[in-house]
Write a protein that binds this ligand. Structure first.
Ligand SMILES: [Zn+2]
Length: 318
């Protein structure tokens, strides 16, 4: 299969062996999936937070994962903890970010992951200066190469209007740094008002990726998708693909399919049932990923957005 399609799964040292093997086994038994993103989302080193610390998995734990999901069969990637920030000016926070990134990159290399996705941080206001973030990212990239970590860095399109950054800013900043990638989160792009509800808007993004990055089957650009509840300042929370969230996934995947872009991307489903809605909704990241697999394998093409913007509190700009 040219497409690389999978789900994100949270891992930490606290996740018992049985539980984690059960979760990984579910991915293994879903034949439509050939990619997996390991989320170290709540893992942290060097600081006790109010909620306590969740340490990174050990080398042995990460190696055990590879027995169930061998890198021969799966395109592996890692999502770094949310605590990393490149927008801060505080040397202490930047140092803390870098040490967490270091632990993430180490884990990623054990997992033979191709890249590390992370949120670069946010600003107090929607208008911000990206030159500071660019200089921090550049320093981190030089340090990564010096340390000889193999997994590439891939900052993610932010879901809120004040988070770093929108699609085009991020493409400009990351492609200006040798060997860096970026993560295109379709739902975040939509949530912050990016024009991905028209064919033109999606084409403009694919063209930008082609011009800025050297993408191929071994160097895929990470793409996230999920349902998304959106408010005036962007992302509120992730949910399942449908339920009228308006995320134009069929339109986006239609254009990707037509432009033969599937072999340049690594598609990761981040769908989940929001807390408190377990009784109302049915499904999970795996069932949503299977829907996308079915759509990609079909001849169906959707070129016109049929979402219901009037039901949402969102707005659009270029
Ligand atoms: Zn994401």
């Amino acid at each position: 299969m040219i497409a690389s399609l999978g789900v994100s799964i949270a891992i930490s040292r606290f996740l018992g062996t049985d539980t984690s093997h059960k979760r990984l086994g579910k991915i293994r038994s879903t034949t439509q999936l050939n990619a997996v993103e390991f989320g170290l989302l709540n893992c942290v080193i060097g600081r006790t937070t109010f909620s306590g610390t969740t340490p990174f998995p050990t080398e042995n734990q990460t190696k055990a994962i590879l027995d169930i999901l061998p890198p021969m069969d799966y395109y592996h990637s890692v999502h770094a903890p949310y605590r990393i920030s490149a927008t801060s000016n505080d040397p202490k926070k930047l140092k803390f970010s870098k040490s967490n990134l270091s632990a993430t990159l180490k884990t990623a290399d054990y997992l033979q992951a191709k890249h590390v996705t992370f949120h670069a941080g946010s600003f107090k206001q929607a208008k911000y200066d990206s030159s500071h973030v660019q200089s921090i990212l550049k320093e981190w990239e030089e340090w990564r190469q010096m340390k000889d970590f193999k997994a590439k860095l891939a900052p993610e399109v932010g879901g809120k209007t004040n988070s770093f950054a929108d699609f085009f800013t991020l493409a400009e900043v990351t492609s200006g740094i040798d060997n860096m990638l970026m993560t295109w989160d379709i739902s975040h792009d939509f949530a912050r008002g990016g024009n991905i509800t028209t064919e033109d808007g999606v084409l403009k993004r694919l063209e930008t990726l082609d011009n800025h990055f050297d993408l191929h089957e071994q160097n895929r650009l990470p793409v996230h998708f999920s349902g998304m509840i959106v408010g005036r300042t962007g992302e509120k929370y992730h949910t399942l693909l449908d339920h009228d969230t308006g995320v134009p996934w069929k339109l986006v995947f239609s254009v990707i399919k037509e432009q033969n872009f599937l072999n340049k991307l690594n598609l990761i489903c981040e769908s989940k049932i929001p807390k408190g809605q377990e009784k109302m909704l049915k499904g999970n990241a795996i069932t949503d990923a299977i829907r996308v697999h079915e759509f990609l394998s079909s001849n169906e093409l959707i070129k016109v957005y049929k979402g219901k913007p009037s039901m949402l509190d969102y707005y659009f700009k270029d």
